[in-house]
Design a protein around this ligand. Structure first.
Ligand SMILES: Cc1cc2nc3c(=O)[nH]c(=O)nc-3n(C[C@H](O)[C@H](O)[C@H](O)COP(=O)(O)OP(=O)(O)OC[C@H]3O[C@@H](n4cnc5c(N)ncnc54)[C@H](O)[C@@H]3O)c2cc1C
Length: 430
Protein backbone atom coordinates (compact mmCIF):
# COMPACT_ATOMS: atom_id res chain seq x y z
CA UNK A 1 0.00 0.00 0.00
CA UNK A 2 1.37 3.42 -0.89
CA UNK A 3 0.14 6.89 -0.17
CA UNK A 4 -2.17 8.58 -2.65
CA UNK A 5 -0.77 11.95 -1.61
CA UNK A 6 1.30 12.47 -4.73
CA UNK A 7 -0.41 10.21 -7.22
CA UNK A 8 -1.66 13.45 -8.80
CA UNK A 9 1.68 13.44 -10.64
CA UNK A 10 0.48 10.35 -12.50
CA UNK A 11 -2.90 11.90 -13.27
CA UNK A 12 -3.78 12.52 -16.89
CA UNK A 13 -4.97 15.99 -15.88
CA UNK A 14 -1.55 17.07 -14.63
CA UNK A 15 0.00 16.05 -17.96
CA UNK A 16 -2.70 17.68 -20.10
CA UNK A 17 -3.81 20.88 -18.30
CA UNK A 18 -4.12 23.81 -20.68
CA UNK A 19 -4.68 26.42 -17.98
CA UNK A 20 -1.23 27.37 -16.65
CA UNK A 21 -0.28 26.79 -13.03
CA UNK A 22 -1.43 29.57 -10.73
CA UNK A 23 0.86 32.51 -10.14
CA UNK A 24 0.53 32.50 -6.34
CA UNK A 25 0.48 35.68 -4.25
CA UNK A 26 3.33 36.28 -1.83
CA UNK A 27 2.35 36.02 1.81
CA UNK A 28 3.24 39.16 3.73
CA UNK A 29 3.64 37.88 7.29
CA UNK A 30 0.29 39.18 8.50
CA UNK A 31 -2.73 39.92 6.35
CA UNK A 32 -6.12 41.35 7.32
CA UNK A 33 -9.08 40.49 5.09
CA UNK A 34 -12.85 40.25 5.11
CA UNK A 35 -12.90 36.56 4.19
CA UNK A 36 -10.18 33.93 4.78
CA UNK A 37 -10.64 30.72 2.82
CA UNK A 38 -8.93 27.40 3.58
CA UNK A 39 -8.55 24.86 0.76
CA UNK A 40 -7.80 25.45 -2.92
CA UNK A 41 -10.32 23.03 -4.43
CA UNK A 42 -13.64 23.86 -6.09
CA UNK A 43 -15.31 24.75 -2.75
CA UNK A 44 -12.63 27.24 -1.73
CA UNK A 45 -11.97 28.62 -5.21
CA UNK A 46 -15.65 29.12 -6.02
CA UNK A 47 -16.04 30.89 -2.66
CA UNK A 48 -12.99 33.07 -3.35
CA UNK A 49 -14.33 34.08 -6.75
CA UNK A 50 -17.83 34.78 -5.43
CA UNK A 51 -16.60 36.81 -2.44
CA UNK A 52 -14.01 38.82 -4.40
CA UNK A 53 -16.56 39.54 -7.14
CA UNK A 54 -18.79 40.99 -4.42
CA UNK A 55 -15.97 43.38 -3.41
CA UNK A 56 -14.83 41.53 -0.26
CA UNK A 57 -11.09 41.29 0.39
CA UNK A 58 -10.14 37.61 0.25
CA UNK A 59 -7.11 35.49 1.15
CA UNK A 60 -7.20 31.78 0.25
CA UNK A 61 -4.60 29.41 1.65
CA UNK A 62 -3.91 26.03 0.09
CA UNK A 63 -1.49 23.64 1.77
CA UNK A 64 -0.12 22.33 -1.56
CA UNK A 65 -1.10 23.76 -4.96
CA UNK A 66 -4.45 24.82 -6.41
CA UNK A 67 -6.39 21.69 -7.45
CA UNK A 68 -4.03 19.34 -5.58
CA UNK A 69 -6.95 17.60 -3.80
CA UNK A 70 -9.90 15.83 -5.43
CA UNK A 71 -10.63 18.88 -7.58
CA UNK A 72 -7.58 18.23 -9.77
CA UNK A 73 -7.97 14.44 -9.85
CA UNK A 74 -11.62 13.70 -10.54
CA UNK A 75 -13.49 12.32 -13.52
CA UNK A 76 -14.53 15.78 -14.70
CA UNK A 77 -18.19 14.72 -14.90
CA UNK A 78 -20.41 17.73 -14.22
CA UNK A 79 -23.57 16.11 -12.87
CA UNK A 80 -26.68 17.92 -11.62
CA UNK A 81 -28.68 16.86 -8.59
CA UNK A 82 -27.95 15.00 -5.39
CA UNK A 83 -28.27 11.36 -4.47
CA UNK A 84 -31.89 12.15 -3.45
CA UNK A 85 -34.59 12.26 -6.12
CA UNK A 86 -36.75 15.41 -6.34
CA UNK A 87 -39.63 13.71 -4.45
CA UNK A 88 -37.19 12.62 -1.72
CA UNK A 89 -35.81 16.16 -1.38
CA UNK A 90 -39.35 17.50 -0.93
CA UNK A 91 -40.18 14.72 1.55
CA UNK A 92 -37.00 15.44 3.54
CA UNK A 93 -37.18 19.25 3.65
CA UNK A 94 -40.86 20.11 3.03
CA UNK A 95 -42.47 21.43 -0.16
CA UNK A 96 -41.06 24.95 -0.17
CA UNK A 97 -37.46 24.24 0.97
CA UNK A 98 -37.55 21.08 -1.17
CA UNK A 99 -38.58 23.10 -4.27
CA UNK A 100 -35.71 25.51 -3.63
CA UNK A 101 -33.21 22.66 -3.25
CA UNK A 102 -34.41 20.82 -6.38
CA UNK A 103 -34.03 24.03 -8.40
CA UNK A 104 -30.63 24.90 -6.88
CA UNK A 105 -28.99 21.51 -7.44
CA UNK A 106 -30.65 21.05 -10.84
CA UNK A 107 -28.95 24.15 -12.18
CA UNK A 108 -25.45 23.19 -10.91
CA UNK A 109 -24.08 22.49 -14.42
CA UNK A 110 -25.51 25.80 -15.72
CA UNK A 111 -23.52 27.63 -13.04
CA UNK A 112 -20.32 25.70 -13.87
CA UNK A 113 -20.55 26.15 -17.65
CA UNK A 114 -21.53 29.84 -17.23
CA UNK A 115 -18.44 30.46 -15.05
CA UNK A 116 -16.25 28.75 -17.65
CA UNK A 117 -17.67 30.90 -20.46
CA UNK A 118 -17.64 34.16 -18.48
CA UNK A 119 -14.02 33.79 -17.34
CA UNK A 120 -12.70 32.12 -20.51
CA UNK A 121 -11.48 29.06 -18.58
CA UNK A 122 -9.60 26.74 -20.96
CA UNK A 123 -10.86 23.45 -19.53
CA UNK A 124 -12.27 21.75 -22.63
CA UNK A 125 -15.94 21.86 -21.58
CA UNK A 126 -18.49 19.72 -23.41
CA UNK A 127 -22.16 19.42 -22.64
CA UNK A 128 -23.25 16.09 -24.11
CA UNK A 129 -25.05 14.61 -21.08
CA UNK A 130 -24.52 12.11 -18.26
CA UNK A 131 -25.89 8.58 -18.35
CA UNK A 132 -26.74 6.52 -15.31
CA UNK A 133 -26.49 2.91 -16.49
CA UNK A 134 -28.26 0.08 -14.64
CA UNK A 135 -26.41 -3.18 -14.05
CA UNK A 136 -29.49 -5.06 -12.70
CA UNK A 137 -33.30 -5.05 -13.07
CA UNK A 138 -33.93 -3.57 -9.62
CA UNK A 139 -31.43 -0.80 -10.34
CA UNK A 140 -33.07 -0.11 -13.71
CA UNK A 141 -36.44 0.49 -12.07
CA UNK A 142 -34.83 2.76 -9.50
CA UNK A 143 -32.88 4.95 -11.92
CA UNK A 144 -35.68 5.19 -14.46
CA UNK A 145 -37.96 6.44 -11.67
CA UNK A 146 -35.29 9.08 -10.96
CA UNK A 147 -35.06 10.03 -14.64
CA UNK A 148 -38.87 10.21 -14.80
CA UNK A 149 -38.95 12.56 -11.83
CA UNK A 150 -36.45 14.95 -13.43
CA UNK A 151 -38.41 14.74 -16.68
CA UNK A 152 -41.51 15.84 -14.75
CA UNK A 153 -39.46 18.79 -13.44
CA UNK A 154 -38.93 19.85 -17.07
CA UNK A 155 -35.27 18.72 -17.26
CA UNK A 156 -33.90 17.57 -20.67
CA UNK A 157 -33.87 13.90 -19.76
CA UNK A 158 -34.57 10.66 -21.67
CA UNK A 159 -35.14 7.14 -20.39
CA UNK A 160 -32.97 4.57 -22.20
CA UNK A 161 -33.57 0.91 -22.96
CA UNK A 162 -30.61 -1.45 -23.43
CA UNK A 163 -30.39 -0.78 -27.19
CA UNK A 164 -30.42 3.01 -26.77
CA UNK A 165 -27.84 2.77 -23.99
CA UNK A 166 -25.59 0.62 -26.18
CA UNK A 167 -25.88 3.15 -29.03
CA UNK A 168 -24.77 5.98 -26.73
CA UNK A 169 -22.01 4.16 -24.84
CA UNK A 170 -20.81 1.28 -27.00
CA UNK A 171 -21.24 -1.35 -24.27
CA UNK A 172 -23.73 -4.19 -23.93
CA UNK A 173 -23.04 -4.49 -20.20
CA UNK A 174 -26.14 -2.60 -19.02
CA UNK A 175 -29.89 -3.13 -19.08
CA UNK A 176 -30.80 0.51 -19.69
CA UNK A 177 -30.85 3.74 -17.71
CA UNK A 178 -31.39 7.43 -18.37
CA UNK A 179 -29.51 10.38 -19.79
CA UNK A 180 -29.51 13.87 -18.31
CA UNK A 181 -28.52 16.38 -20.97
CA UNK A 182 -27.91 19.19 -18.46
CA UNK A 183 -24.64 17.43 -17.59
CA UNK A 184 -21.26 17.55 -19.29
CA UNK A 185 -17.52 17.11 -18.89
CA UNK A 186 -14.44 19.26 -18.37
CA UNK A 187 -10.71 19.03 -17.61
CA UNK A 188 -10.90 19.37 -13.81
CA UNK A 189 -7.40 20.63 -13.03
CA UNK A 190 -7.76 23.32 -15.70
CA UNK A 191 -11.16 24.26 -14.25
CA UNK A 192 -9.60 24.65 -10.78
CA UNK A 193 -6.71 26.74 -12.09
CA UNK A 194 -9.09 28.86 -14.17
CA UNK A 195 -11.30 29.56 -11.12
CA UNK A 196 -8.17 30.64 -9.21
CA UNK A 197 -7.09 32.93 -12.06
CA UNK A 198 -10.59 34.48 -12.18
CA UNK A 199 -10.63 34.93 -8.40
CA UNK A 200 -7.23 36.65 -8.53
CA UNK A 201 -8.45 38.92 -11.33
CA UNK A 202 -11.34 39.90 -9.05
CA UNK A 203 -8.85 40.78 -6.29
CA UNK A 204 -8.53 37.58 -4.22
CA UNK A 205 -5.06 36.60 -2.96
CA UNK A 206 -4.20 32.93 -3.47
CA UNK A 207 -1.44 31.54 -1.25
CA UNK A 208 -0.12 28.11 -2.24
CA UNK A 209 2.12 26.03 0.02
CA UNK A 210 0.34 27.63 2.96
CA UNK A 211 -1.21 25.24 5.45
CA UNK A 212 -3.70 26.54 8.01
CA UNK A 213 -2.67 25.09 11.34
CA UNK A 214 -4.96 26.79 13.88
CA UNK A 215 -8.07 28.94 14.15
CA UNK A 216 -8.67 31.21 17.11
CA UNK A 217 -11.19 33.92 17.86
CA UNK A 218 -10.17 37.35 19.18
CA UNK A 219 -13.20 39.55 19.78
CA UNK A 220 -14.89 39.96 16.41
CA UNK A 221 -11.87 38.69 14.46
CA UNK A 222 -10.67 35.24 13.41
CA UNK A 223 -6.95 34.60 13.57
CA UNK A 224 -5.89 31.93 11.06
CA UNK A 225 -2.42 30.68 11.87
CA UNK A 226 -0.72 29.28 8.79
CA UNK A 227 2.67 27.83 7.91
CA UNK A 228 3.54 31.19 6.27
CA UNK A 229 2.07 33.76 8.65
CA UNK A 230 -1.25 34.92 10.08
CA UNK A 231 -4.49 35.95 8.45
CA UNK A 232 -6.93 38.08 10.43
CA UNK A 233 -10.44 37.82 9.04
CA UNK A 234 -14.06 38.66 9.78
CA UNK A 235 -15.28 35.40 8.16
CA UNK A 236 -13.59 32.05 7.60
CA UNK A 237 -14.74 29.53 4.99
CA UNK A 238 -13.24 26.02 5.05
CA UNK A 239 -13.32 23.63 2.05
CA UNK A 240 -11.18 20.58 2.89
CA UNK A 241 -13.60 17.75 1.97
CA UNK A 242 -11.71 14.41 1.77
CA UNK A 243 -8.52 16.10 3.04
CA UNK A 244 -10.04 17.34 6.31
CA UNK A 245 -7.63 17.39 9.24
CA UNK A 246 -8.01 18.48 12.86
CA UNK A 247 -8.21 22.23 12.05
CA UNK A 248 -11.89 22.13 13.06
CA UNK A 249 -12.12 19.66 15.93
CA UNK A 250 -14.50 16.79 15.15
CA UNK A 251 -14.76 17.56 11.42
CA UNK A 252 -12.73 14.66 10.04
CA UNK A 253 -14.53 12.31 12.46
CA UNK A 254 -17.88 13.37 10.96
CA UNK A 255 -16.90 12.10 7.49
CA UNK A 256 -15.82 8.81 5.95
CA UNK A 257 -12.95 9.40 3.55
CA UNK A 258 -12.53 6.84 0.77
CA UNK A 259 -10.29 6.58 -2.25
CA UNK A 260 -11.60 6.98 -5.76
CA UNK A 261 -9.18 5.80 -8.45
CA UNK A 262 -8.92 6.11 -12.21
CA UNK A 263 -7.04 4.62 -15.13
CA UNK A 264 -6.63 6.15 -18.60
CA UNK A 265 -5.82 4.15 -21.72
CA UNK A 266 -3.53 5.25 -24.50
CA UNK A 267 -5.52 7.32 -27.07
CA UNK A 268 -8.21 5.10 -28.61
CA UNK A 269 -7.67 4.10 -32.23
CA UNK A 270 -9.81 6.28 -34.55
CA UNK A 271 -12.34 3.52 -35.33
CA UNK A 272 -12.83 2.68 -31.63
CA UNK A 273 -13.10 6.35 -30.66
CA UNK A 274 -16.34 6.64 -32.62
CA UNK A 275 -17.92 3.68 -30.82
CA UNK A 276 -16.99 3.95 -27.10
CA UNK A 277 -18.50 6.87 -25.19
CA UNK A 278 -18.45 9.02 -28.35
CA UNK A 279 -19.36 12.68 -28.61
CA UNK A 280 -18.39 13.70 -25.08
CA UNK A 281 -21.07 11.77 -23.19
CA UNK A 282 -20.11 10.57 -19.68
CA UNK A 283 -21.57 7.84 -17.46
CA UNK A 284 -21.65 6.18 -14.09
CA UNK A 285 -23.40 3.01 -13.12
CA UNK A 286 -25.39 1.50 -10.29
CA UNK A 287 -23.20 -1.01 -8.47
CA UNK A 288 -22.57 -0.33 -4.79
CA UNK A 289 -19.01 0.62 -5.73
CA UNK A 290 -20.01 2.22 -9.00
CA UNK A 291 -17.72 2.54 -12.02
CA UNK A 292 -17.69 5.81 -14.00
CA UNK A 293 -16.29 6.46 -17.47
CA UNK A 294 -15.89 8.92 -20.34
CA UNK A 295 -13.43 9.79 -23.09
CA UNK A 296 -10.77 12.37 -22.31
CA UNK A 297 -10.48 15.37 -24.62
CA UNK A 298 -7.55 13.61 -26.36
CA UNK A 299 -9.57 10.46 -26.98
CA UNK A 300 -8.48 8.08 -24.19
CA UNK A 301 -10.97 6.00 -22.24
CA UNK A 302 -11.03 7.11 -18.59
CA UNK A 303 -12.39 4.51 -16.22
CA UNK A 304 -12.80 5.02 -12.47
CA UNK A 305 -14.26 3.47 -9.37
CA UNK A 306 -14.21 3.54 -5.61
CA UNK A 307 -11.88 1.30 -3.66
CA UNK A 308 -9.91 1.72 -0.48
CA UNK A 309 -10.64 3.76 2.63
CA UNK A 310 -8.35 6.44 4.10
CA UNK A 311 -5.34 7.93 2.35
CA UNK A 312 -3.58 4.70 1.48
CA UNK A 313 -3.72 3.82 -2.20
CA UNK A 314 -3.97 0.17 -3.14
CA UNK A 315 -2.04 -0.36 -6.41
CA UNK A 316 -3.86 -3.66 -6.97
CA UNK A 317 -7.05 -1.66 -7.29
CA UNK A 318 -5.80 -0.03 -10.50
CA UNK A 319 -5.33 -3.53 -11.93
CA UNK A 320 -8.87 -4.48 -10.89
CA UNK A 321 -10.20 -1.30 -12.52
CA UNK A 322 -8.40 -2.04 -15.78
CA UNK A 323 -9.81 -5.59 -15.77
CA UNK A 324 -13.34 -4.27 -15.21
CA UNK A 325 -12.87 -1.73 -18.01
CA UNK A 326 -11.79 -4.46 -20.44
CA UNK A 327 -14.81 -6.58 -19.48
CA UNK A 328 -17.24 -3.70 -20.05
CA UNK A 329 -15.47 -2.39 -23.16
CA UNK A 330 -13.81 -5.43 -24.85
CA UNK A 331 -12.39 -3.16 -27.59
CA UNK A 332 -9.93 -1.79 -24.99
CA UNK A 333 -8.53 -5.28 -24.33
CA UNK A 334 -5.17 -4.69 -26.00
CA UNK A 335 -4.74 -1.02 -25.13
CA UNK A 336 -2.03 0.17 -22.75
CA UNK A 337 -2.91 1.90 -19.49
CA UNK A 338 -0.85 5.12 -19.58
CA UNK A 339 -2.10 6.95 -16.46
CA UNK A 340 -3.31 5.73 -13.07
CA UNK A 341 -4.06 7.86 -10.06
CA UNK A 342 -6.45 8.31 -7.14
CA UNK A 343 -7.76 10.86 -4.68
CA UNK A 344 -9.93 11.14 -1.61
CA UNK A 345 -13.64 11.81 -1.42
CA UNK A 346 -15.62 12.49 1.73
CA UNK A 347 -18.75 10.38 2.16
CA UNK A 348 -21.60 11.07 4.58
CA UNK A 349 -23.96 8.58 6.18
CA UNK A 350 -27.05 9.85 4.31
CA UNK A 351 -25.24 10.60 1.03
CA UNK A 352 -25.91 14.36 1.30
CA UNK A 353 -23.39 17.21 1.53
CA UNK A 354 -23.02 18.92 4.90
CA UNK A 355 -22.83 22.56 5.91
CA UNK A 356 -21.68 23.47 9.43
CA UNK A 357 -21.18 26.72 11.29
CA UNK A 358 -19.37 25.50 14.41
CA UNK A 359 -18.84 29.10 15.58
CA UNK A 360 -20.31 32.38 14.38
CA UNK A 361 -18.66 33.44 11.08
CA UNK A 362 -16.89 30.10 10.61
CA UNK A 363 -18.45 28.06 7.80
CA UNK A 364 -17.55 24.75 6.22
CA UNK A 365 -19.14 22.73 3.40
CA UNK A 366 -18.16 19.20 2.29
CA UNK A 367 -19.31 15.58 1.98
CA UNK A 368 -20.08 15.58 -1.74
CA UNK A 369 -20.01 11.78 -1.88
CA UNK A 370 -18.02 11.84 -5.11
CA UNK A 371 -20.34 14.35 -6.82
CA UNK A 372 -18.48 17.58 -6.18
CA UNK A 373 -17.67 19.20 -9.52
CA UNK A 374 -21.01 21.01 -9.76
CA UNK A 375 -21.93 20.66 -6.08
CA UNK A 376 -18.71 22.12 -4.59
CA UNK A 377 -18.92 25.00 -7.07
CA UNK A 378 -22.44 25.68 -5.76
CA UNK A 379 -21.33 25.21 -2.16
CA UNK A 380 -18.65 27.90 -2.38
CA UNK A 381 -21.27 30.38 -3.56
CA UNK A 382 -23.79 29.29 -0.91
CA UNK A 383 -21.20 29.75 1.87
CA UNK A 384 -20.36 33.25 0.62
CA UNK A 385 -24.06 34.20 0.47
CA UNK A 386 -24.36 32.98 4.06
CA UNK A 387 -21.24 34.89 5.21
CA UNK A 388 -21.89 38.17 3.39
CA UNK A 389 -25.71 38.33 3.41
CA UNK A 390 -26.75 35.93 6.18
CA UNK A 391 -28.71 33.99 3.53
CA UNK A 392 -29.85 30.48 4.49
CA UNK A 393 -28.31 27.95 2.06
CA UNK A 394 -30.61 25.53 0.16
CA UNK A 395 -29.31 22.68 2.38
CA UNK A 396 -29.71 23.11 6.14
CA UNK A 397 -26.83 24.26 8.33
CA UNK A 398 -26.42 21.38 10.81
CA UNK A 399 -24.38 20.84 13.98
CA UNK A 400 -21.10 18.96 13.58
CA UNK A 401 -21.73 15.31 14.41
CA UNK A 402 -18.53 13.33 14.88
CA UNK A 403 -19.28 9.61 14.49
CA UNK A 404 -18.88 7.61 17.65
CA UNK A 405 -15.99 5.15 17.34
CA UNK A 406 -14.93 6.74 14.04
CA UNK A 407 -11.44 5.28 14.39
CA UNK A 408 -12.80 1.77 14.73
CA UNK A 409 -15.20 2.20 11.84
CA UNK A 410 -12.36 2.27 9.31
CA UNK A 411 -11.53 -1.45 9.43
CA UNK A 412 -15.25 -2.26 9.46
CA UNK A 413 -15.85 -0.09 6.41
CA UNK A 414 -12.85 -1.62 4.65
CA UNK A 415 -14.40 -5.03 5.15
CA UNK A 416 -17.74 -3.60 3.95
CA UNK A 417 -16.07 -2.27 0.79
CA UNK A 418 -14.42 -5.62 0.10
CA UNK A 419 -17.77 -7.35 0.60
CA UNK A 420 -19.57 -4.87 -1.69
CA UNK A 421 -16.86 -5.35 -4.33
CA UNK A 422 -17.29 -9.14 -4.14
CA UNK A 423 -21.11 -8.96 -4.33
CA UNK A 424 -20.92 -6.51 -7.23
CA UNK A 425 -18.57 -8.83 -9.10
CA UNK A 426 -20.81 -11.82 -8.35
CA UNK A 427 -23.71 -9.94 -9.92
CA UNK A 428 -26.04 -9.44 -6.94
CA UNK A 429 -28.42 -6.54 -7.50
CA UNK A 430 -28.04 -3.43 -5.33
C1 LIG B 1 -10.76 10.09 -8.40
C2 LIG B 1 -11.96 10.99 -8.17
C3 LIG B 1 -12.94 11.07 -9.15
C4 LIG B 1 -14.04 11.93 -8.96
N1 LIG B 1 -14.93 12.09 -10.00
C5 LIG B 1 -15.91 13.03 -9.90
C6 LIG B 1 -16.72 13.33 -11.02
O1 LIG B 1 -16.51 12.83 -12.13
N2 LIG B 1 -17.74 14.23 -10.85
C7 LIG B 1 -17.96 14.85 -9.65
O2 LIG B 1 -18.89 15.65 -9.55
N3 LIG B 1 -17.15 14.63 -8.57
C8 LIG B 1 -16.12 13.75 -8.68
N4 LIG B 1 -15.28 13.56 -7.63
C9 LIG B 1 -15.47 14.34 -6.38
C10 LIG B 1 -14.95 15.78 -6.50
O3 LIG B 1 -13.69 15.80 -7.10
C11 LIG B 1 -14.89 16.42 -5.10
O4 LIG B 1 -16.16 16.30 -4.50
C12 LIG B 1 -14.54 17.89 -5.13
O5 LIG B 1 -13.39 18.11 -5.93
C13 LIG B 1 -14.32 18.42 -3.71
O6 LIG B 1 -13.79 19.73 -3.81
P1 LIG B 1 -13.28 20.46 -2.48
O7 LIG B 1 -12.78 21.78 -2.91
O8 LIG B 1 -14.34 20.46 -1.45
O9 LIG B 1 -12.11 19.54 -1.93
P2 LIG B 1 -10.69 19.18 -2.57
O10 LIG B 1 -10.64 19.43 -4.02
O11 LIG B 1 -10.34 17.81 -2.11
O12 LIG B 1 -9.71 20.25 -1.94
C14 LIG B 1 -9.39 20.31 -0.59
C15 LIG B 1 -8.08 21.08 -0.51
O13 LIG B 1 -7.89 21.50 0.82
C16 LIG B 1 -6.50 21.53 1.05
N5 LIG B 1 -6.31 21.53 2.51
C17 LIG B 1 -6.69 20.57 3.39
N6 LIG B 1 -6.36 20.94 4.64
C18 LIG B 1 -5.76 22.17 4.55
C19 LIG B 1 -5.20 23.07 5.50
N7 LIG B 1 -5.17 22.77 6.82
N8 LIG B 1 -4.67 24.24 5.06
C20 LIG B 1 -4.68 24.55 3.74
N9 LIG B 1 -5.20 23.72 2.79
C21 LIG B 1 -5.74 22.54 3.19
C22 LIG B 1 -5.99 20.28 0.35
O14 LIG B 1 -4.60 20.38 0.05
C23 LIG B 1 -6.87 20.25 -0.90
O15 LIG B 1 -6.23 20.82 -2.03
C24 LIG B 1 -14.18 12.69 -7.76
C25 LIG B 1 -13.18 12.59 -6.77
C26 LIG B 1 -12.07 11.77 -6.97
C27 LIG B 1 -11.01 11.70 -5.92
Amino acid sequence: MGSSADSIREALWTASAREPTVNPDVFADKRRVDVAIIGGGFTGLSAALAAATRGASVALCEARTVGWGASGRNGGQVIPGLKLDPSEMRAAYGPSAGDRLVKAVGEGPDIVFDLIARHGIDCEPKRAGWIQAAHAESALARVQKRGGEWLAEGAPVELLDAAALKRLTGTEAYLGGWIDRRAGTLQPLSYARGLARAAQAAGARIHEGTKATALSREGETWRVTTSAGEILARDVIVGQDGYSDDLIPGLSESLICVQSAQVATEPLPEAVRATIMPGGVCASETRRLAFYFRQSPDGRLLFGGRGAIGDAENPAFHGALAAAMRRIFPATRDLRIEHRWSGQVAMTLDGLPLIHEPHPRLLTGHGYNGRGVAMATLMGRWLVARALDGEAPPLPVTPLQPMAWHRFRKPAIQVGIAWAWLRDRMGFAA
